[in-house]
Design a protein around this ligand. Sequence first.
Ligand SMILES: Cc1cc2nc3c(=O)[nH]c(=O)nc-3n(C[C@H](O)[C@H](O)[C@H](O)COP(=O)(O)OP(=O)(O)OC[C@H]3O[C@@H](n4cnc5c(N)ncnc54)[C@H](O)[C@@H]3O)c2cc1C
Ligand code: SF4
Length: 497
Amino acid sequence: MEKYDFLVIGSGYGGAVASYYLSGKGKTLLVEKGRHWKEGEFPETLWGIASLFQKNSLGRQLFGLRIGKGIGVAYAQALGGASVVNYGITIEPPAHVFQDWPISYEDIRPFYDQVRGGLMPTSHPKWSQFDEASYLDRIEPGSQIALENTIDWEKCMDCGHCVPGCNYGAKRSLNQTYLSLAREKGLTVYENTEALNIERRNGHYHVYLRNHKPYKSGRLGQWVSCNKVFLAAGTFGTLEFLYRHRRSMPLGPLFGKRMSMNGDGLAILYNTPFPQSSHLGAPVTTHARLMDHSGKKPKVLTVMSGRVPLSILRHSAFAMAFLSPIVGKKLYLKESLFSYYKRWLSDLLLLHPARGALGHTFLFKLDGQDQSRAVCRFDRMGRAYMDWPDYLQDPIFEFAHSKLEEWAKKGGGRIIPNLGSLPFMKSFGVHPLGGCAMGESIHTGVVDPLGRPFRPNGGVYPDFHIVDASILPASLGVPPSMTIAANTARILSALEL
Ligand SMILES: Cc1cc2nc3c(=O)[nH]c(=O)nc-3n(C[C@H](O)[C@H](O)[C@H](O)COP(=O)(O)OP(=O)(O)OC[C@H]3O[C@@H](n4cnc5c(N)ncnc54)[C@H](O)[C@@H]3O)c2cc1C
Ligand code: SF4
């Protein structure tokens, strides 16, 4: 049996940062269920992108999809976790967000600087010249701020294709940053390898690994032994792993509760009088930070300029022209009807999407502090789903919709609300958080501030840490990757290894 000091399960922001801190301190193995995707391999057609979604139980596809009550969640499984398919947006949340955490803002603050050095986010050199920057300035003066993305702008082709994967090697995914540094320090990586079972014997953990391709020996599975385990399989992967071990490793009553979608949503102002030609340009580059002071506590809403990948621009222009009269809400006209419908017709006839209605449409990706009221449910196969039937009634969306209305009144265009609010539709998101929330005790959390699961009969499970999105205690209101990385760096720095 192979023996290691440390075993890391999953290679997203939690797993990659943990591997970096562990490598060099002891023999470390990282196992990742997905595979390494190389630049040039990512499909760029509509059907190709659709084929990236999971098709079989081996999880070989890049994306997985879980549709629960009221909400659906897409997640990634690849070496580098979701960093392979995200926009690389890195934002530090405002300090008040940590009021719901068992640690203070001061405890985590220095680790944001530390991971900033590792992730290397920078702003697009031309962000202020893009149409959405001037548009945001017009409708919400003074609120627009450059985004920072983990992208090498010198290599970036401004194709906006970041989510189905970057074919130009411009995205600084974790493979290029933390995992590469960890490998230099001696990290061993098994891709296509899923950690299935865990047992504690004689003070060591024995973990059963299943490879999706046979090992050289022809075996499909093997046991490895290690002193410490770091579970970083992403929110769903971690919940499913722990659910499988619910008898040998029982957890507290908050397991699978208080989950958040991080206020993930989409808002559209369709066919405004203002050009948005940067649909043909860079990935998401601008955002506005808004504060909702209507409740007892202030809540942050992050509004990011959305993007249609260049490769599906024509399909999107046609689809939106076709659907906008059906799904669109109120139209605020700030120009002649002729101009509005001329652009609309141009898209319907597939003429020039950049100059038509889509080229005058503002897509806003929303992240906000929702109330973290989703609950995890498991099916017979042990697959996790998040349920939150009235997600779109969360106060953060009321605030977002009031803003959208205000902007449409100022700037014109047709409001297309979150598609999840339509009959038979779900609200989709990519930021599932929580389910194993950090807390001070088993009455307020599932794990302690060092990610160690509480035992129902007292104490914590030894030498076992969870370090991923599942331990965040509440929504952040900003994209979560940087916080997952900083929280992992905080936990690893506190351990005596
Ligand atoms: C399309 C998309 C766009 C996004 N855009 C942004 C963005 O721009 N900015 C931002 O901050 N956030 C973004 N996010 C969210 C962010 O990427 C995730 O919150 C973050 O990656 C979560 O990190 P993690 O470490 O918890 O797990 P993940 O990154 O989800 O990684 C977990 C890994 O564990 C593996 N795994 C699961 N089970 C096992 C097992 N049993 N054995 C071995 N391996 C296993 C999975 O295959 C996966 O690769 C986006 C997410 C998606 C899907
Ligand atoms: S915009 Fe295109 S080239 Fe730039 S990082 Fe995204 S996918 Fe890569």
